[in-house]
Design a protein around this ligand. Structure first.
Ligand SMILES: *[C@@H]1O[C@H](CO)[C@@H](O)[C@H](O)[C@H]1NC(C)=O
Ligand SMILES: CC(=O)N[C@H]1CO[C@H](CO)[C@@H](O)[C@@H]1O
Ligand SMILES: [Fe+2]
Length: 493
C-alpha cells in the first residue's frame, strides 16, 4: 500500500499516489475534516495594518512572525555586503565592528533565491530578489534593520539601502525583503522542512514498522492526515497548474530549484531547535518567543519520548538488534535525505539516546514546528503590503526616484492578491477535528506504564500552556503559535 515515489529529482521522495483517492482509507481525511473547516481564526490584521511600515515591527517578524528560521548572529560581514562604518547609522554610540563583537548584529541572507527564474502573471514579468538584511539589537532590546542590499552581487545599480534614505526607497527595500521571505518561508521552512519531512517519516514508518511495535504506537498519531494533505498540496498548490504557480513570483521550475537548494543545505542540527538556536547564535536574544516556547516544548517532548523509549529499549544492543527500527531510519536517510551525509542525519541508530533525540525531532517537526510556521500565515499575510505574494516592478536601481505610485505599481494585481490570500486563509485554519499535541484519542499502547507517561506529558503541556498564556497578558502582540493547546499533533493542513 505504501510505496516511495520520486515527485521530482533532487527532492525528498514521497508517497506514491497522484490523487487522494489512491491512498489507503486509513490515512485519508474524516468526513468532518473534509467538509467542515473550522473557523477559530484570530487575526492580527489591525495591528499589522497599523505597523507594517515600522522598522521595529519589520525586525520583530524575523523572531516571532511566521518565519523565525532566517535570522542568525553575524560574526563577520559577508564579502558581498561591502559596508563601512561611516555608511551605516547605528543605534547607540558603538561602531559596526564593535557591535559585531558585542554580538548585537544579525544577518538574514536570502542567497537561496539568487538567480531563480520568475513568473509572468497577467502578462507581466514578476520580480524576486535575493536580499541581504543587516539588523542591530538596540539597548531597548529591539531588532532594527540597519542596511538592506537586494541582490547578492554588489554593483552600482544594486545600492545598499538605509533607514536614512527617502521614505519610499527604504520602504520598497523592506517590501522586497518581505516578498523574498514569503518564498523562503513557504518553500523551505514550511513545505520542505515540515510537510515533506513529516511525509518521509510517516511513509518509512508505515512501510517498515508493524502496528505492534512501540515506535509505531508512539509515532502513528503524529502522522495523521499528513499523506493526504501532501497529496492535495502536490495536486492543487504546487503543481504546474496549482495556485502558487498563478500567484507567486517564482516559476514552477524556480520552485523546484529553491527546494533542491534548500534540501542540499539542510542539516540535522537545524531540525533540532536547541541545536539550531545555538548554531545560529541566538541563545541570548531577548523577546524571542519562538525560541523560548519552542525549546520548552522540545524539552517536554524529549522527556516524554525518553520515558517511553527507555521503557522498551533497556540497552544500546536492544537498539542495534531491532531490524525494523533500523530499516525505518535507513529509508529516511536514503529516500528523504537522498543519502546526503552532509545533512548529518543518522543512517542507523546505535544508542538509546540517539533514538530518543531523533524521535523527539520527528514529533516536534510535525507538531510544534509546523504550528509555528503555519498558524500565523493569515495574521501576517492578510494585510498584503506586509507579505506581498509577488512583485511586478524591479526594485529601484538608484536612490531618490521612488514615490508612493512606484510602490503601488510594484504590488501585485488585486486579483492575484485575492487568490493568494484565499490560500493563506485556508492554510491557517484550525480544523474541526483538530487533535492538540499530546492527546491520543486512539489507544495504541496497552500497558499501564506508557499511559502514565502520556498523562504526565499532557499535564506538563497544560502547565506550559498556562505559563505562555500568563506571559501573553503582558505582551503588546501575544505570541500564541506555540501554545501547546493550539499546536496540532501532526501536519494536517
Ligand atoms: C487581473 O487583473 C489584471 C489587472 O487589473 C487584469 O489585467 C487581468 O485581466 C485580470 N485577470 C483576470 C483573470 O481577471
Ligand atoms: C491572542 C491570545 O490568544 N491571547 C491569549 C493570551 O493569554 C490570555 C490569558 O490567558 C488569553 O486570554 C488570550 O486569549
Ligand atoms: Fe502546513
Amino acid at each position: 500500500f505504501y510505496s516511495w515515489d520520486s515527485y521530482e529529482k533532487g527532492l525528498p521522495h514521497c508517497i506514491k499516489a497522484d490523487k487522494p483517492n489512491e491512498l489507503p482509507p486509513e490515512v485519508t481525511f474524516s468526513y468532518t475534516k473534509e467538509f467542515g473547516f473550522g473557523y477559530t481564526l484570530f487575526t492580527r490584521l489591525d495591528y499589522v495594518h497599523l505597523h507594517w511600515k515600522d522598522d521595529d515591527f519589520f525586525g520583530y517578524q524575523f523572531l516571532n512572525g511566521v518565519n523565525p528560521m532566517m535570522i542568525r548572529r553575524c560574526d563577520t560581514l559577508p564579502d558581498n555586503l561591502p559596508l563601512t562604518d561611516n555608511m551605516v547609522f547605528l543605534h547607540g554610540q558603538c561602531s559596526l565592528a564593535e557591535e559585531i563583537k558585542n554580538g548585537n548584529i544579525f544577518l538574514c541572507d536570502y542567497k537561496v533565491l539568487d538567480g531563480i527564474p520568475t513568473n509572468v502573471i497577467n502578462g507581466k514579468k514578476q520580480y524576486l530578489m535575493a536580499p541581504l538584511v543587516l539588523l542591530q539589537k538596540t539597548e531597548e532590546n529591539k531588532i532594527m534593520p540597519i542596511a538592506i542590499q537586494l541582490k547578492q552581487k554588489p554593483a552600482e545599480d544594486n545600492p545598499i539601502f538605509f533607514p536614512t534614505d527617502s521614505e519610499y526607497d527604504w520602504l520598497l527595500a523592506k517590501i522586497f525583503v518581505r516578498s523574498a521571505d514569503f518564498n523562503v518561508h513557504q518553500l523551505n521552512a514550511h513545505l520542505l522542512r515540515t510537510h515533506l519531512l513529516a511525509e518521509v517519516f510517516a511513509v518509512s514508518l508505515l512501510r517498515n514498522v508493524p502496528m505492534v511495535h512501540p515506535l509505531y504506537k508512539l509515532l502513528v498519531p503524529h502522522t495523521r492526515y499528513t499523506l493526504y494533505i501532501n497529496v492535495l498540496a502536490r495536486l492543487r498548490l504546487i503543481s504546474p497548474d496549482g495556485v502558487f504557480n498563478h500567484v507567486s513570483n517564482h516559476l514552477c521550475k524556480g520552485m523546484s530549484e529553491i527546494l533542491r537548494r534548500s534540501l542540499s543545505s539542510m542539516t540535522y542540527t537545524s531540525l533540532c531547535i536547541p541545536d539550531d538556536i545555538a548554531e545560529r547564535g541566538l541563545e541570548n536574544v531577548p523577546n524571542f518567543y519562538y525560541k523560548d516556547d519552542g525549546i520548552e516544548i522540545w524539552k517536554t517532548i524529549h522527556r516524554f519520548v525518553k520515558g517511553i523509549i527507555s521503557f522498551y529499549y533497556r540497552t544500546n544492543s536492544d537498539i542495534e538488534n531491532d531490524p525494523e527500527l533500523q530499516k525505518w531510519i535507513k529509508e529516511i536517510f536514503e529516500y528523504g535525505f537522498l543519502s546526503l551525509t552532509s545533512t548529518g542525519i543518522p543512517q542507523k541508530f546505535t544508542t538509546v539516546d540517539e533514538l530518543i533525540k531523533f524521535v523527539t525531532m520527528v514529533i516536534f517537526t510535525g507538531s510544534a514546528q509546523h504550528a509555528a510556521l503555519s498558524i500565523g500565515q493569515y495574521d501576517y499575510a492578510s494585510w498584503m503590503p506586509n507579505t506581498p505574494i509577488s512583485l511586478q516592478l524591479p526594485p529601484p536601481t538608484k536612490k531618490g526616484d521612488a514615490d508612493e505610485d512606484t510602490m503601488l505599481a510594484t504590488f501585485p494585481d488585486i486579483n492575484t492578491t485575492v487568490k493568494g490570500m484565499d490560500t493563506m486563509f485556508l492554510l491557517s485554519q484550525q480544523s474541526t477535528d483538530f487533535v492538540p499535541l499530546g492527546q491520543y484519542p486512539e489507544e495504541h499502547f496497552t500497558e499501564d506504564f506508557p499511559h502514565k507517561k502520556i498523562e504526565e506529558f499532557q499535564r506538563e503541556l497544560k502547565a506550559l500552556s498556562n505559563l505562555i498564556n500568563a506571559r501573553n497578558k503582558t505582551l503588546e502582540v501575544p505570541y500564541t503559535y506555540l501554545d501547546p493547546m493550539k499546536v496540532e499533533n501532526s501536519v494536517s493542513i
